[in-house]
Design a binder for this molecule. Structure first.
Ligand code: F6R
Length: 244
């Protein structure tokens, strides 16, 4: 595992965007695994800047997102499909038919999860998977558990995730209680994994995930086993990791 320590969130966003840009330049038809939430917003802004200078071409890129809330249609403003359109896809020349987010409204959860896994498999391996880190150690919506879930599945969100994500909704009761998420196998099969983490509120989770044992009770800890994992984090997020 490689750790890139930055001064602050802005520098973190630039460093992460540089890595994704290099991936797109090296392989213009690459498959990007993408994340939502607050952490990657700055990274997406930096990628948009690079695109606007003419330095990047996304026309052949394919993308698969990690997750979606159950019950939210793609045009719901808190859906992850909407987030991706607003924060990235609307501003670059990616072909929208090559972008994918699990459906939160397909009625048959098992069928939708199987469809999403088959779609990922049809793309071959994800070239670069971008991740944020949940305060409870989740990646995607793979919540703490007694085993690592493998493929795409529907999950009941834990109370800590509902509490963490209620800031995006008008009221806590509006936060969906379930989500569909890529599994740990899907994430671990990516050729490269890049995680962005910022702020003191994540420092204890970073320490537990990357200086503690590999355990499904801290899903991100499995990334210690990935052969090409880069953590880009600011000083605040790394403040409880020793010897840096
Ligand atoms: C988002 C996702 C989540 C978030 C995590 C951190 O697609 O899969 O795992 O990355 O909840 O969220 P933020 O960045 O908002 O702290």
């Amino acid at each position: 595992m490689r750790i890139i320590k930055t001064k602050d969130y802005d520098e973190l966003s630039c460093r992460a965007a540089d890595i994704i840009a290099a991936q797109v330049l090296l392989k213009p038809d690459c498959v990007l695994g993408l994340a939502t939430g607050s952490s990657p917003v700055g990274t997406y802004k930096e990628l948009i800047k690079k695109y606007k200078t003419g330095a990047l071409d996304f026309s052949k890129v394919k993308s698969v997102n990690l997750d979606e809330y159950v019950g939210l249609a793609p045009d719901h403003e808190q859906s992850y499909a909407y987030f991706m359109y607003e924060n990235l896809f609307a501003h670059i020349n990616i072909d929208l038919t090559n972008t994918n987010v699990p459906s939160g409204i397909a009625p048959d959860a098992a069928a939708e999860c199987a469809r999403y896994d088959a779609l990922i498999a049809s793309y071959g391996r994800i070239d670069l998977q971008l991740l944020g880190l949940g305060s409870n150690g989740h990646i995607g919506f793979n919540e703490p558990s007694d085993q690592f879930p493998t493929g795409t599945h529907q999950v009941a969100l834990t109370d800590s995730t509902i509490q963490a994500n209620k800031r995006f909704f008008k009221q806590e009761s509006a936060v969906p209680r379930h989500a569909r998420t890529m599994g740990i196998r899907d994430i671990m099969q990516a050729k490269r994994v890049l995680m962005v983490v910022s702020g003191t509120s994540k420092a204890e989770t970073v320490r537990t995930a990357f200086a503690g044992p590999v355990t499904p009770s801290v899903p991100a800890s499995v990334l210690q086993l990935h052969s090409n994992f880069t953590l880009v984090a600011d000083e605040a997020a790394l403040s409880l990791l020793l010897n840096l």
